[in-house]
Design a protein around this ligand. Structure first.
Ligand SMILES: Nc1ncnc2c1ncn2[C@@H]1O[C@H](COP(=O)(O)OP(=O)(O)OP(=O)(O)O)[C@@H](O)[C@H]1O
Length: 242
């Protein structure tokens, strides 16, 4: 579904990504791990052109996003994005947050849009909160609304950028549970995360980034149990130590 070849990205003199190659097959969960500043978010943001690559190719459903004139709005309807900071409208209720943007829902009319959105709120366990103001919700609930909102676009791919990093430790689990459920339903997902236990459990492939390159990638069984690169071992042992 997504194939990246020879991707490079710099901000001024700071080369943030170099020679990135990887692939995400339909139905797979790929997690991206690595130290702060290693380029994980930038790589994720290149997939839906929130960042424009300097060189290389990002293929999505066979179209080269870097080479072709892509309608980014149409592209982003097919790629749901969930950010660390939720990006919800706090002065609106949960249901309106979900139905506001998706063009297909708008075309369907208000009643149908709300029916679809309620279905996705049910998926994330928040159907009872549809009329609640977003600013009355906990961080975990807000993030689950953000996931439901992304699902309302009926995306082919979901990108998660550290979805639990802004949450109190005791509510991280409720968001991971929703993500686990999506993965079990066959959603194609790319997840930047520091949650190693989650990455180990849910991923088909784990990508370890180090200073702007993919230092190692493989199945969780291989990468977590028998990493080949010293830098991967060093990174993982730092995490496992706490
Ligand atoms: N819009 C930007 N303008 C300038 N520099 C940027 C921008 N976005 C990212 N960078 C720089 O690119 C490098 C990689 O950042 P990125 O956010 O991709 O790393 P990360 O691995 O996701 O880190 P973290 O785990 O802390 O989120 C950093 O040096 C960062 O300062």
């Amino acid at each position: 579904m997504v194939r990246i070849e020879g991707l490079r990205k710099s901000f001024g003199d700071n080369v943030v990504l170099r020679d990135i190659d990887f692939e995400v097959m339909a139905g797979q969960v790929v997690t991206i791990i690595g130290a702060s500043g290693s380029g994980k978010s930038t790589l994720l943001r290149c997939i839906n052109l929130l960042e424009t690559p300097d060189a290389g190719h990002v293929w999505f459903h066979g179209s080269d996003l870097a080479a072709e004139r892509v309608d980014v709005n149409r592209l982003r309807e097919k790629i749901g994005m969930v950010f660390q900071g939720f990006n919800l409208f706090n002065n609106m209720n949960v249901l309106d947050n979900c139905t506001l943007a998706p063009v297909t829902l708008k075309k369907a009319g208000k009643a149908e849009a709300e029916r679809v959105a309620l279905g996705h709120l049910e998926t994330v366990g928040l159907a009872d909160f549809a009329r609640a103001d977003v600013n009355t919700l906990s961080g975990g609930q807000k993030q689950r609304v953000a996931i439901a909102r992304a699902l309302c676009m009926n995306p082919d791919l979901m990108l998660f950028d550290e979805p639990t990093s802004a949450l109190d430790p005791e509510i991280v689990g409720e968001v991971l549970e929703v993500m686990r459920d999506l993965a079990a339903r066959g959603m194609t997902m790319v997840v930047v995360t520091h949650e190693m236990a989650f990455a180990k459990e849910v991923s088909d492939q784990v990508v370890f980034m180090d200073q702007g390159v993919i230092a190692e990638q493989g199945t969780p069984a291989k990468l977590f149990s028998a990493p080949e690169q010293p830098r991967t071992r060093e990174f993982l042992s730092r995490y496992l130590e706490g």
